[in-house]
Design a protein around this ligand. Structure first.
Ligand code: ZN
Length: 308
């Protein structure tokens, strides 16, 4: 692959030129959402927002149909910028991030995790482990700072083995759709950068104290949600298994551009919706309206998200 890092970053910048929404001059830090799960302290920290227009996210759905669904949920017809809600847990002496946010090289509205952590009095150097749900830029690239150093210098890392294999495969960029090619190069570079400190695990594995991987493949080949569990209480940190507050719950069959394997993603979404509703589990959705914390209820033949 002849592309160097500068080309990768330039390509991504060009692909994401004009923002669809006004870029707020978000100097004011956003305070974390906090709760406990048994003995585990949980904080959801904002990494900012993404700029993904609805027409790009939902390429196969007629825009009038998408607009009708959104307005029926009280949302603007043109959609809203997806949030980036990063979950941090403290248990025993460990401080564990579930995903690392976007870093400074992805989108100008994103990459705010470190400053929001510092504003909340959480030193990035206190992070002992980063557990990745998957390798997309908004989940992985924040592990590296603007000086190409590790943002969380004392951390070790965990990723699912099939997810590692997918991004490290030298054929992945060429086999990817155009929107994903630059990201694939960037994610491979960052994973190689972390290689000596990263463990590769599988679904069902305990990945840290109180945390285990839940198989949620489809969005990417090794996507994992993370179950946080202590003293009989549980919280599902979903990664990108359910990304939109109306579409993912009311229309889980709709194909989303970001899903690598559409059929598998639909099966995974429906299975997770059924489980969350049946077990009345609390969840955090990485891209749901801030802070993405809530529950799933059945609604007719589908579901709805209820913020809690
Ligand atoms: Zn994402």
């Amino acid at each position: 692959m002849a592309l160097d890092r500068r080309h990768v970053l330039t390509g991504i910048g060009a692909a994401l030129s004009a923002p669809m929404w006004p870029v707020r001059n978000a100097r004011a830090a956003i305070a974390p959402f906090r709760r406990k799960v048994g003995a585990i302290e949980v904080a959801v920290i904002s990494d900012g927002t993404l700029n993904v227009p609805l027409s790009l996210a939902l390429p196969e759905t007629p825009s009038a149909e998408a607009a009708a669904l959104l307005t029926s949920h009280g949302l603007p017809a043109e959609g809203m910028p997806p949030q980036i809600n990063v979950t941090l847990v403290k248990i025993g002496g460990e401080t564990i991030l579930i995903d690392a946010g976007s870093g400074g090289n992805f989108q100008p509205t994103a990459g705010k995790l470190a400053e929001n952590m510092e504003a909340a009095g959480i030193d990035p150097a206190s992070v002992t482990k980063v557990v990745f749900t998957h390798g997309h830029a908004d989940h992985l690239w924040g592990a590296i700072d603007e000086f190409d150093e590790e943002r969380f210098p004392k951390a070790s890392y965990v990723i699912a083995a099939p997810e590692w294999d997918y991004w490290i495969d030298p054929n992945t960029p060429d086999a990817s759709p155009d929107w994903l090619k630059g990201m694939a190069l960037g994610s491979a570079r960052i994973l190689k950068r972390l290689e000596r400190k990263i463990e590769r695990r599988k679904a069902g594995d305990a990945v840290a104290p109180g945390l285990s991987y839940v198989e949620t493949v489809g969005h990417t080949p090794g996507h994992m949600a993370v179950m946080v569990e202590s003293q009989g209480e549980r919280l599902l940190v979903g990664g990108d298994v359910l990304t939109h507050p109306a579409i993912s719950f009311a229309k889980p069959d709709w194909r989303m551009r970001a899903d690598r394997d559409h059929d598998r993603a639909v099966v995974t979404r429906k299975r997770m919706l059924d489980r969350l509703a049946t077990e009345r589990l609390d969840m955090v959705g990485f891209h749901l309206p801030w802070p993405g914390h809530g529950r799933v209820e059945r609604s007719g033949t589908a579901y709805r998200f209820v913020a809690v």
